[in-house]
Ligand binder design. Structure first.
Ligand SMILES: *Cc1c(COP(=O)(O)O)cnc(C)c1O
Length: 398
C-alpha cells in the first residue's frame, strides 16, 4: 500500500516547480506562480480518473470526512451510522461537528453489517458512512437502497481502498459523497492530505467555501471575497499537492503491483485448510492494498500473529488486539475522554457505547489477520514470503 515506497524523481520534479515559484498556497498569487496550480491540477486528475464531477483537495482524510458531513448539512443532534472496525478518524470526524456516531457491527466483508445498519436507524439518523476497510468495500447496493427508503445521505470513507471498484465504478463515487486520505501510509500520499469527491453541485460549493474559512472564491481579490457562512481551514499546501500529483498519476501502476503481490500470497494461502478469506460484495473488485483472511478461532489467530512477528513476517495485523482500528480498544472514545467539554447532546448521544457489545464483530475481527501489501517487494521476496506464511500457519494450526 504505501505510495511512499516508490517516492522518486516524478515527485521531486513536481515539488521543485513549487519551490521555484515560492508560491506554497493553493489560492491566489496568480502573477507569481508561473502557471503552477498543483492542487487544482490534482483535483482535475482525480475528477477525470474517477469520472466524478467535483474533487476538493484537503489537508487530511479526517478533514475530508468532516467536510463531507458538513457539506451535506450534518451537525449537532444528527446521528451518523458507522462501523466498529475502522480508523478512529471516522469517529473523530463525526463528533467534531457535534453529530453523534452510532457505531454498529461489521460482517465477513469486514465492513458494515446490513442488518445492524437497519436496526440502528432512528428519526435522528441523517447519514450512513460505510468504511471500505483494508482495500475492500461494503455492500453499497444494499446501503443505497436503505438510504433511498429512509432519505439518508450515503458517505463513503474510502481512505483505505483507493483504486477499488464496485460494479465498474470507482469506490468513493457511488455514495453522495466520498473521501480519500493521502496521509503518509496510504496508497497515494501527499505527505499529509485528503480529498472529498461528489457529483452534487451544492455539496461541492459548500465544501469549497467551508474548507477555506467560508470564502466564496469569487473574483481574484481574496480580501474582497464575501463569506456566505462560517468555515474553517482545511486547505492543503501546494507542496503536499505536488507530491500527490506525481503519486496519483501512478495509481494504476500501484494497483497493478498490489494485485500481483496479493495474488501470489493468496494463491499460496488458499491451499491451506482452516484459512478462509473476507467476502467481497458481488460486483466489487478490491484495491488489493491488503490481504485479509480468517483463521478458525481467536486463539489460532493470536498464535499465528505472534509467530508471524517472531519469524520476520512484518506488516500483518491482528486488529482484535490493536489499539487503532477496532472498538474493543477505543477506551478514550467509549469513556468520552475529551480535552474540551462536549455538548450535553453528544454526551447523551454517546452514552450507549458504555454498554453496547459487538459479538458479531468480535467473531470476525478476532479471527482475522490483515496483511499489508507492499509496493517495493520484489517478486521473489513475495514468493518467499507467501511460502513462509503458509508454513507458519500450517505449523500453528496442526
Ligand atoms: C487514514 C484514514 C483516515 C484519515 O485520514 P488522515 O489523512 O490520516 O487524516 C480516515 N479513515 C480511514 C478508514 C483511514 O484509514
Amino acid at each position: 500500500m504505501p505510495g511512499f515506497e516508490l517516492f522518486g524523481d516524478a515527485e521531486k520534479k513536481e515539488v521543485q516547480d513549487v519551490l521555484n515559484s515560492g508560491v506554497l498556497m493553493r489560492y491566489g498569487f496568480d502573477g507569481m506562480r508561473q502557471g503552477h496550480w498543483k492542487a487544482k491540477e490534482l483535483e482535475a486528475e482525480i475528477e477525470s480518473q474517477f469520472e466524478v464531477q467535483h474533487a476538493q483537495l484537503l489537508s487530511s482524510g479526517t478533514a475530508a470526512v468532516s467536510l463531507a458531513l458538513a457539506s451535506a448539512g450534518i451537525g449537532a443532534g444528527d446521528e451518523v451510522i458507522m462501523p466498529c472496525f475502522t480508523f478512529v478518524a471516522s469517529f473523530e470526524a463525526i463528533i467534531m461537528l457535534g453529530a453523534t456516531p452510532v457505531v454498529v457491527d461489521i460482517d465477513d466483508t469486514l465492513t458494515l453489517d446490513i442488518e445492524a445498519v437497519k436496526a440502528a436507524i432512528t428519526p435522528k439518523t441523517k447519514a450512513i458512512m460505510p468504511v471500505h476497510m483494508c482495500g475492500s468495500m461494503a455492500n453499497l447496493e444494499a446501503l443505497k437502497s436503505i438510504c433511498n427508503t429512509h432519505n439518508l445521505i450515503l458517505i463513503e470513507d474510502a481512505c483505505q481502498a483507493i483504486g477499488g471498484t464496485y460494479k465498474g465504478q470507482a469506490l468513493g463515487t457511488i455514495g453522495d459523497l466520498g473521501c480519500f486520505s493521502f496521509d503518509f501510509v496510504k496508497t497515494v500520499t501527499c505527505g499529509e492530505g485528503g480529498v472529498m469527491i461528489t457529483n452534487n453541485n451544492d455539496y461541492y460549493t459548500n465544501a469549497d467555501h467551508y474548507s477555506d474559512h467560508g470564502h466564496d472564491h469569487h473574483g481574484s481579490d481574496r480580501g474582497a471575497e464575501t463569506h456566505p457562512f462560517i468555515g474553517y481551514n482545511f486547505r492543503i499546501s501546494e507542496l503536499n499537492a505536488a507530491v500527490g500529483l506525481a503519486q496519483f498519476r501512478r495509481l494504476d501502476d500501484f494497483i497493478a503491483i498490489q494485485k500481483k503481490h496479493y495474488t501470489i500470497i493468496r494463491n499460496e494461502l488458499e491451499k491451506l485448510a482452516g484459512v478462509t478469506f473476507r467476502s467481497v460484495p458481488e460486483g466489487g473488485e478490491e484495491s488489493y492494498a491488503f490481504l485479509n483472511f480468517f483463521l478458525e478461532d481467536l486463539e489460532t489467530a493470536r498464535k499465528v500473529s505472534s509467530a508471524f512477528k517472531s519469524n520476520g513476517i512484518d506488516v500483518c495485523f491482528h486488529y482484535y488486539d490493536n489499539n487503532w482500528h477496532y472498538i474493543r480498544k477505543w477506551e478514550h472514545l467509549i469513556n468520552q475522554k475529551s480535552l474540551v467539554p462536549l455538548s450535553k447532546e453528544l454526551i447523551d448521544g454517546l452514552s450507549y457505547l458504555k454498554h453496547k457489545t459487538f459479538e458479531k464483530s468480535d467473531h470476525f475481527i478476532g479471527r482475522n489477520i490483515s496483511c499489508l501489501i507492499k509496493l517495493s517487494w520484489t517478486e521473489s521476496e513475495v514468493i518467499q514470503r507467501a511460502k513462509k506464511m503458509a508454513s507458519i500457519i500450517q505449523s500453528s494450526t496442526s
